[in-house]
Design a protein around this ligand. Structure first.
Ligand code: F0G
Length: 366
């Protein structure tokens, strides 16, 4: 029998699924693209790297509707903005927030303004914001400059800021932690993730705590955040005026949720650490080639971080003596196709051969 549209068994999105934990009511009309419910993938090769019968899982946020974790927070932020009568959205971004905001604004039928650091946004992300019809302004400055301007322009009513300084964004992003606990049956022992503006580490920690309060879990993970070595204000405990890293999504020198991230790390007995661009790039390639998961460089900071915890004597958190059978979750935040430039450069050596079986055989090395 033909289902009515509301009965269709389609992905309903994080608000439908976790309504009781989110700041929505019956009168909130939901703006959703079916975000969330992303796979938590057991990774045998990563688990082997850790050893001690530990299990490593990757939470693949790159398969959200716009290819990053931002969609979880955006569905809540945009639904609430519409409920309050917003006319337009505004955000600063290193790329993913702008792609997500532009998509959800398009879905809601309102306009979206994105302020970006000129020349510093990965191709795929800029293209998304453009395709979704956002008004894009590039400023000759950093993400931190863009966010400063957005804070002044957003008025909270007509022109709503949808960066993670908007508490509705954080509320929505908590659902990442809920999903992990729902799959594992309890919280993991360690949670590793990249840190840029520090909204996501704040949200995950709030999510784990909320679920523990509701007796959905019996413990809390240690939150381990990783910043790129050239953009590590929280690690160094000082503003970085000119942050630099190939991981453009986390090229941030003065994170908005700095204090909250510090609190999450301290309360969870976690750590903040750095990884170099070389380590990030190597981890991105490693995860694609060994586990079949293609992620963007910023996301690879979590995987590079895992390797550092396993191998390095000066890691802020060492896995060499962690309890046997510990469960470790790494959130990988964005899809690899968003930021292909560095990998495209490696592919330039691809030379066509003549269209004969013997030429192809030779090229393969058979
Ligand atoms: N990973 C990716 C792929 C990101 O896009 C971001 C942040 C982060 C990690 C860090 O998350 O800021 O919550 O600590 N991107 C923001 C943006 C800044 O504008 O898209 P965070």
């Amino acid at each position: 029998m033909r289902s009515t549209t509301s009965e269709l068994r389609q992905s309903r999105g994080v608000i439908e699924h976790y309504r009781q934990y989110l700041p929505v009511s019956a009168s909130t009309s939901i703006v959703s693209l079916g975000e969330g419910n992303t796979p938590l993938i057991y990774c045998p090769h990563l688990s082997k790297r850790v050893g001690r019968v530990c299990e490593v899982f990757v939470k693949n946020e790159g398969v959200n509707p716009t290819g990053s974790f931002k969609d979880r927070g955006m569905t809540v932020a945009v639904s609430k903005a519409i409920e309050r009568g917003a006319k337009a959205l505004i955000c600063a971004s290193t790329g993913n927030t702008s792609a997500s905001a532009a998509a959800y604004a398009a879905r809601a039928g309102i306009s979206c303004i994105v302020i970006l650091p000129a020349g510093k946004i990965a191709t795929g992300k800029l293209l998304q914001a453009f395709a979704y019809g956002a008004k894009i302004v590039a400023v000759d400055g950093s993400f931190d400059d863009a966010l400063r301007i957005v804070r002044e322009l957003g008025d909270g009513r007509d022109l709503v800021i949808v960066n993670s300084i908007n508490p509705d964004r954080i509320a929505g992003q908590k659902t990442g932690a809920f999903e992990i606990v729902d799959v594992l049956g309890d919280a993991p022992d360690f949670h590793l993730l990249p840190v840029g503006n520090a909204g996501n580490i704040t949200a995950y920690w709030a999510g784990y705590r909320a679920y523990e309060r509701h007796q959905k879990s019996t413990k809390l993970p240690a939150m381990i955040g990783f910043q790129a070595a050239g953009a590590a204000p929280i690690f160094h405990n000082r503003i970085i005026e000119k942050p630099e890293t190939i991981a453009s999504a986390i090229r941030i020198g003065n994170p908005a949720s700095w204090k909250q991230a510090r609190a999450a790390i301290a309360e969870s007995q976690g750590a903040i650490d750095t990884v170099s661009d070389e380590e990030i790039f190597a981890a991105q390639g490693w995860l694609a080639k060994h586990e079949g998961i293609f992620i963007e460089p910023a996301s690879a900071a979590a995987i590079a971080g895992l390797f550092k915890c396993c191998d390095s004597n000066d890691a802020a958190c060492s896995f060499q003596k962690i309890p046997e059978a510990s469960r470790i979750v790494c959130t990988v935040t964005g899809h690899g196709l968003k930021d292909p430039d560095a990998i495209i450069q490696q592919m330039n050596g691809l030379k066509p051969v003549a269209p004969t079986v013997s030429d192809v055989r030779r090229a393969i090395g058979l």
